[in-house]
Design a protein around this ligand. Structure first.
Ligand code: FAD
Length: 415
């Protein structure tokens, strides 16, 4: 039995390593347990403006500014016939030197940077080590984890708190039966990476483009450094697999023809060969904390990535959780109730973003219609889409509900 750590973190993605960096900075003994050897592949390359906050808190803005990651200043939308909207430049609303400039990141490199940062702050990270079980006492309180080490040996690690940052795998919520799917956002994504394809010029080179497939779905087009582009299509599974097509490459290639701008941009380059598919879309954990356990990042809630909110939410949850856990350790009170405020903030942020995702997928909805009727809604929509998710948007939801049904919040909490 190893009892040398105060906190054990399952998973070394952005949520896990940001939590670890904050806790280590406070001087806590923390171990991140990561299944893979970094750098490892991960999808999810586009950051949004309010990722600035957690990156700033982590002290990583200078590193990001010096990095070779593609600078992202805007987002634009493309109709199926190839007509591209004027890009929306974040600096029309936010400070040019801070929030208004964000990045398109190759996740293998970005996540490795975050891991190195956590190590630099004093956190320990064990790679190629898999958590296989949550260990509990007789009252059901989580007291540690069982791990399988690289050499095949197994070990029990005990700590005051276990943090689940295992991503979409949602280690704890799956095992505890807390995972709740979203019946409406049950999409499929197919994606690949192109090299040498056409991209916009100047300040628009790093823009995210959302390109629509008639009535059915949408493409993401995310230009990165090294002449690479992340490009994927999202739609209902039934639509993507129509006529019996099951091969992700065939699905992807068929959809290219459904959007003229995508077809034109990709025709100059070629796929790097590998195609990825996922049907695991939005879902959340009923609870954010339980005795001895706290959930962060996708392990807490995973939302359809149409608005690229995942990494921002993962880093934000890591920073908030780091502060909350430090306060709880100082107070010698790690009861789940101590994390109610953290869970509530994350729940509010994810719910706000989720409402815009629902509206986006409503076939009769257009953000333009809302802004035409309510010009002041434009800034609120921009703020929420940019990641300023913890504001009171109740007046915006009232306006949007005139155009599309959007859900009330889903319950999260402590058992
Ligand atoms: P992860 O980054 O998944 O990290 C979890 C880590 O835990 C992994 O390294 C894994 O190896 C490790 N792990 C899991 N189980 C165990 C175990 N048992 N033991 C040890 N280690 C374990 N987000 C954006 O911000 N922008 C985008 O453009 C975007 N696009 C996306 C497109 C698609 C198709 C998908 C599916 C997601 C997208 N996302 C995007 C979401 C984004 O990828 C995630 O929200 C983000 O990676 C969450 O970070 P995390 O740290 O919670 O989890």
């Amino acid at each position: 039995m190893n009892t040398e750590y105060e906190v054990l973190i399952i998973g070394g993605g952005p949520a896990g390593t940001s939590t670890a960096a904050i806790l280590a900075e406070y001087g806590h003994k923390v171990l991140v347990i990561e299944r893979e050897k970094f750098p490892r592949y991960h999808v999810g390359e586009s950051l949004i403006p309010f990722t600035f906050g957690p990156l700033h808190r982590l002290g990583l803005i200078p590193t990001m500014k010096k990095s070779h990651f593609m600078k992202k200043f805007s987002v634009s939308f493309v109709q199926p016939d190839g007509r591209r909207s004027q890009p929306f430049y974040f600096y029309n609303r936010y400070d040019r030197d801070t929030v208004a400039q964000t990045w398109q990141v190759m996740r293998s490199e970005f996540d490795h940077m975050l891991m190195d940062h956590a190590r630099g702050r004093g956190a320990e990270v064990r790679e190629e080590t898999t958590v296989t079980q949550l260990l509990k006492d007789d009252n059901g309180k989580v007291i540690g984890v069982a791990v399988k080490n690289k050499d095949g040996s197994t070990e029990h690690l005990l700590a005051k708190l276990v943090i689940d940052a295992s991503g979409k795998e949602a280690f704890a919520s799956v095992r505890e039966g807390w995972r709740v799917g979203d019946p409406y956002l049950n999409k499929v994504a197919v994606w690949t990476y192109y090299k040498g394809s056409k991209r916009e010029e100047g300040i628009d080179e790093g823009a995210t483009t959302i390109a629509f497939v008639p009535d059915k779905g949408w493409f993401w087009h995310i230009p990165m450094h090294n002449d690479m582009v992340s490009v994927g299509v999202v739609a209902e599974g039934k639509y993507l697999s129509r006529d019996g097509v099951r091969d992700p490459k065939a699905m992807f290639e068929r959809e290219i023809g459904e959007n003229q701008w995508i077809k034109d941009h990709l025709s100059a380059g070629s796929s790097t060969g590998e195609y990825w598919i996922t049907s695991e879309y939005s879902r959340h954990s009923k609870y954010g904390a339980a005795p001895g356990l706290l959930l962060v990042g996708d392990a807490f809630a995973f939302l359809d990535p149409v608005f690229s909110s995942g990494v921002m939410l993962a880093l934000k949850s890591g920073v908030l959780a780091g502060d909350a856990v430090h306060a709880a350790l100082e107070a010698r009170d790690l009861s789940p109730q101590r994390f109610s405020e953290y869970s509530e903030l994350m729940r509010q942020g994810i719910d706000n973003m989720r409402k815009l995702v629902y509206a986006f997928y409503d076939p009769n909805f257009s953000f333009k219609d809302v802004v035409m009727k309510y010009p002041d809604a434009g800034d609120e929509i921009t703020d929420c889409l940019s990641g300023d998710v913890n504001k009171d948007y109740s007046s915006l939801w009232k306006k949007i509900r005139e155009f599309a049904p959007i859900p009330d919040g889903l319950p999260y909490g402590v058992p």
